[in-house]
Write a protein that binds this ligand. Structure first.
Ligand code: ASP
Length: 603
């Protein structure tokens, strides 16, 4: 090799020894006739000292070095003079007294500093991703991602799982998103689809007798990109035969507990993982992916307000809705402007607004509160007993702000979930070093897609109904509970899966409810139905989003920070410049004709 060791290996055992190192010039400092260079490789940074009295020619070459030049140096490992040590560096007690220097590669001035964590425009970072990845934060994220995947692989392989590759060019799979399509050259007019997940393949592997499958799988979904979405992303995908829900939940709990405790020992992990049913999660947090690191629980106060003359409450209750609320500690003194901001948040998701009730902080207890301490547009319709009852129900204290939403459950849930997250952010209630996992179970199997007047799957069509509800599929589809489960971490859904249908007749019944004709079932899922007719074991599985998991472990707020080469927010790869036009010849070969002008390369 062009080097004897990694920089992080420089330690006192090497004192007075001659070593050859190679790496990047991190920065240069000229001190009179001495030149100091911080040399960086993947493992760390060490100081090089160039002294004209030791090696005159080398010192001269060192003068020409610029940041990011790649060099090879040979020199003696020495102790830094007392008082010049750098405790921030692992190698901070040492320096290399260089006597030979070779420039391996010159470098242009990079478009941003590699040796600083300064804010840089994301599109510039993505255009020069190979430079961005040289920066220490990104190097750390890349390494963490590698460690996470390695941990997962070891954990599962110790438990008899085998890694099976599944194809990328397949037929469309119904995960609810738009497919990426790949035109076939050999079959004009036909297309492959990129897998939205290996769902059907892993189920076929169970039919094949694999019993325990896993894969770190790439999935492709053509959706609008958001902070935690990418057109292509990575899942830990797994499937098991002869199991029920508890086996999967236990496996994942052990996996994630071990992973967090090993890779992030300084995090506070709540054990055992919390468990909520879907109904409970919606009732208490207004969301099926609640952040449990803080309280601000939602409570129903409709019964206290029944008969209220305040139109917002009475009309909601009259229409079969409810009034629900949360109490936010210490925000009773919020200004008009701050209260308006909260109203705007409620309006942004389609509510008429949120009713705010501000409580003065002067009374010692809620019992002592009087109407003059209560500020709200609803105040004149409330009596003090109602205020006290609401405050008690919500665990509010003097000085708190009560937020009430009225209407049907789907609306009040959405509003209060949003406000709950907003207030937690403002009050910094969520500890970023805390990992609060939570399983959510008991989801409905179907939901009514009102826009298209049809039933759709909440999870995907291969999810099994629970045993007691099988007979309701045709008669009361809305009452069927599924055998699906989600794993939620700090307000993010990080895994989802289910026990699958393994009986062809039941699968057919579900497809029919989803309004597939028998011809469509045959055309789209004939391969699954046929496979299942040859004997399918009871099976189930789960898939976990690796990008999101690593994002949370790294303390980042976007998955782009933990994906080596992500697309930007407009689904573009700025390093390669994809997507791009292609040549007329390529299109011809693929039997594709573009129907708008200027769509060929070079035109
Ligand atoms: N294929 C599902 C998904 O990608 C996960 C599963 O059911 O295992 O969401």
């Amino acid at each position: 090799m062009l080097k004897d060791c990694n920089i992080s290996e420089i330690n006192r055992n090497l004192l007075s020894r001659t070593v050859t190192l190679a790496g990047w010039v991190d920065r240069r400092r000229d001190h009179g006739h001495l030149i100091f260079i911080d040399l960086r490789d993947r493992s760390g940074v060490v100081q090089l000292a160039f002294n004209p009295e030791v090696a005159a020619g080398t010192h001269e070459t060192a003068n020409s070095l610029r940041n990011e030049y790649i060099i090879q140096v040979t020199g003696v490992v020495s102790r830094r003079p007392a008082g010049t040590e750098n405790p921030k560096l692992l190698t901070g007690d040492f320096e290399i007294a260089v006597n030979r220097l070779t420039i391996l590669s010159a470098a242009k001035t990079p478009p941003f500093y590699i040796n600083e964590e300064a804010e840089v425009d994301e599109n510039v970072r993505l255009r020069y991703r190979y430079l961005d990845l040289r920066r220490s934060r990104m190097r750390h994220n890349l390494m963490l991602r590698h460690q996470v995947i390695r941990y997962i692989r070891n954990h599962l392989e110790e438990r008899d799982f085998i890694d099976v590759e599944t194809p990328i060019l397949i037929k469309s799979t119904p995960e609810g998103a738009r497919d990426y399509l790949v035109p076939s050259r050999v079959y004009p007019g036909k297309f492959y689809a990129l897998p939205q997940s290996p769902q059907q393949m892993k189920q076929l592997l169970m039919v094949a007798g694999v019993e325990r499958y896993y894969q770190i799988a790439k999935c492709f979904r053509d959706e609008d990109t958001r902070a935690d979405r990418q057109p292509e992303f990575t899942q830990l995908d797994l499937e098991m035969s002869f199991i029920d829900e508890e086996d999967i939940l236990r496996l994942m709990e052990e996996l994630f507990t071990g992973l967090v405790e090993t890779l992030k020992p300084d995090f506070r992990l709540v054990k055992p993982f919390a468990r909520l049913t879907f109904t409970e999660a919606m009732e208490r947090f207004g969301s099926d992916k609640p952040d449990l690191r803080y309280g601000l629980e939602i409570k129903d106060v409709s019964s206290i307000l029944a008969g209220s003359e305040f139109g917002v409450f009475s009309s909601a209750i009259y229409a079969g809705g409810r009034v629900r609320g949360i109490a936010v500690p210490g925000c009773g003194g919020y200004s008009r402007r701050e209260l308006n901001e909260l109203n705007d948040i409620a309006r942004s998701i389609g509510a008429g607004g949120v009713v705010t009730v501000s409580l003065d902080s002067s009374p010692a207890t809620i019992e002592e509160i009087e109407m003059q301490d209560v500020h709200s547009i609803a105040a004149k319709y409330l009596n003090i007993e109602q205020v006290k009852a609401i405050a008690k129900k919500l665990d509010a204290r003097p000085g708190d702000l009560i937020l009430l939403a009225a209407g049907k459950d789907s609306l009040t849930s959405a509003v209060l979930d949003k406000l709950r997250r907003e207030m937690a952010l403002r009050l910094q209630l969520a500890d970023s070093k805390m990992f609060h996992f939570c399983y959510v179970t008991g989801f409905p199997l179907f939901y009514r897609d009102e826009a298209n007047s049809r039933w759709d799957s909440v999870h995907h069509p291969f999810t099994s109904p629970c045993e007691e509800d099988k007979h309701r599929i045709e008669s009361e589809p809305d009452k069927v509970t599924s055998r699906a489960y989600d794993l939620v971490l700090n307000g993010f859904e990080i895994a989802g899966g289910s026990i699958r249908i393994h009986e062809p007749d039941l699968q057919r019944k579900v497809f029919r409810l989803l309004a597939y004709t028998d011809e469509q079932i045959e055309e789209r899922f004939g391969h699954m139905m046929e496979a299942f007719s040859y004997g399918a074991p009871p099976h189930g599985g789960i898939a976990a989003g690796i990008d999101r998991l690593v994002m949370l472990l790294a303390g980042e707020s976007s998955i782009r920070e933990v994906i080596p080469f992500p697309k930007n927010q407009n689904a573009q790869d700025l390093t390669f410049g994809a997507p791009d036009y292609v040549s007329a010849e390529q299109l011809d070969e693929l039997h594709i004709c573009i129907n708008s002008e200027n769509k060929l390369k070079g035109k």
